[in-house]
Design a protein around this ligand. Structure first.
Ligand SMILES: Cc1cc2nc3c(=O)[nH]c(=O)nc-3n(C[C@H](O)[C@H](O)[C@H](O)COP(=O)(O)OP(=O)(O)OC[C@H]3O[C@@H](n4cnc5c(N)ncnc54)[C@H](O)[C@@H]3O)c2cc1C
Length: 414
């Protein structure tokens, strides 16, 4: 792998940047692998990377039905934070946060992680009580968190209108939280995994899961059957479709979730502002666009678009809170398919089929977990048992009743 540094940039500048190697190979699949990961989104690529890096398992393929990073990875609004309510969730997301803090160095790829702070607004007295409770829980878990009153919110975002239909009474603030460049995350993991010997096979849809005697034998794909000792399904919005190929019914619903970006503006928005109550979140990208996310569409579906009234509602709320954006033009709008679990927490672990592992249910908020999710998933696949950080996120919790209800702290209420 060519190393990125100031020196390699200078060297390549002399040759008009025509000498750079391809970032990853495009191999044809082998007949057999130790591990096949289904889905080349951020989580699948991170799983493959940590399998190779942390566990020395390099005979790995990541099979992707489209192009790598073309799913939710490249469609999300890039918010990264770890201020969840319950101990299990906070510890998992905080593990991810710690990995984010060194990720560009680890991958030798600039993922543009910017810790500019994330505010979650409170609009009612009950919102503020919930914020107090969550901030206290975060601090008990060693996660940085503050409660702001309305005046402190205004100090950070002076142009916010506090007295609208959704009056702003205060907010929680996590200063270490922020945003990262989503495609760079997929590309960085892909490049680093490829350099460790992982085959990334694009345009290779999985259409069946081979099983024999209760054990996985491989995956049937658009490029033929690929034998595998272990298969890790990390396919976000399509997890339940793939799990059903192995006879497993997941407690997951797939819904469209929309986002949109404006025309580029001069730097104006200092941090990330989220409001669960009105299903809107906003930040400004390094390019200058306002990046705005909506709530989920209420119907289940796999079309990567959404309904107009959902974004209309989001933009109404954004414009009421930030009237100075009322004449900003929106450039692009799109949708992704998010996998919603009943307790708004992911499912990471073993399945009833031996050698088949699942990582899904991140819903509207999995981008922030990308490195942590891959890290615990790699451990689970390599050791054939969950890491203590993902033990509580097993599929069985929906039969034992040990749910981790994060509806209040998930990205948008669902
Ligand atoms: C509009 C929007 C905004 C969001 N905002 C945020 C945010 O601000 N912060 C946050 O933390 N999270 C956010 N999320 C959620 C986050 O994007 C997801 O939880 C996360 O990206 C899911 O993991 P992934 O990246 O691996 O998924 P994906 O990138 O979707 O990867 C799954 C891959 O599996 C592939 N696949 C599916 N079926 C098959 C098959 N049969 N065979 C082979 N491959 C298959 C897909 O093509 C896809 O590439 C948002 C999501 C959306 C849609």
């Amino acid at each position: 792998m060519q190393k990125f540094s100031i020196w390699s940039l200078l060297r390549n500048a002399v040759s008009y940047h025509e000498g750079w190697e391809r970032q990853w190979r495009s191999p044809e699949p082998q007949r057999e692998y130790d591990v096949v990961v289904v889905g080349a989104g951020g989580h699948g690529l991170a799983t493959a990377y940590y399998l190779a890096k942390e566990h020395g398992i390099r005979d790995v393929a990541v099979v992707e039905r489209g192009y790598l990073g073309g799913g939710n990875t490249a469609r999300n609004t890039t918010i990264v934070r770890s201020n969840y309510l319950w101990d299990e969730a906070t510890q998992l997301y905080e593990k991810a946060m710690k990995l984010w803090e060194g990720l560009s160095q680890d991958l030798n790829y600039n993922v543009m992680f910017s810790q500019r702070g994330v505010m979650n607004l409170g609009h009612t007295l009950q919102d503020m009580r919930d914020i107090e409770r969550r901030v206290t829980a975060n601090r008990l878990n060693g996660v940085d968190a503050e409660v702001l009153n309305a005046a402190q919110v205004k100090e950070i975002v002076p142009f916010i209108n506090l007295n609208t239909r959704y009056p702003v009474l205060g907010a929680s603030l996590q200063r270490r939280a922020g945003v990262a460049r989503h495609d760079a995350v997929a590309w960085g993991f892909a490049r680093a995994a490829d350099a460790l010997g992982v085959d990334i096979i694009q345009n290779c849809e999985v259409i069946g899961i081979g099983r024999e005697g209760g054990r996985v034998t491989g995956v049937d794909t658009a490029k033929g059957f690929i034998k595998a000792k272990k298969v890790a399904v990390v396919a976000a919005g399509h997890s339940s479709v793939i799990a059903s190929m192995a006879g497993i019914r997941l407690p997951i619903e797939s819904h469209p979730l929309q986002a949109l970006v404006s025309e580029p503006l001069k730097p104006v928005f200092p941090n990330v502002v989220m409001s669960n109550a009105i299903h809107a979140y906003i930040s400004q990208s390094d390019k200058g666009d306002l990046v705005i996310g909506a709530g989920i569409d209420q119907y289940a579906g796999y079309g990567q678009r959404g309904s107009y009234q959902t974004i209309e509602h989001t933009l109404q709320a954004i414009v009421e809170m930030f009237p100075m954006f009322s004449r900003v033009r929106m450039n692009r709008q799109w949708g992704g398919i998010v996998d919603i679990s009943p307790d708004a927490c992911p499912i990471i672990g073993l399945t009833p089929v031996k050698g088949l592992y699942i990582n899904c249910g991140w819903g509207t908020g999995g981008f922030k977990a990308t490195p942590g999710s891959g890290w615990v998933m790699a451990h689970t696949v390599a050791q054939d048992r969950p890491h203590p950080l993902n033990e509580a996120f097993a599929l069985e919790r929906f039969t034992t009743g040990h749910l981790i209800d994060e509806h209040g702290a998930a990205a948008v209420a669902h």
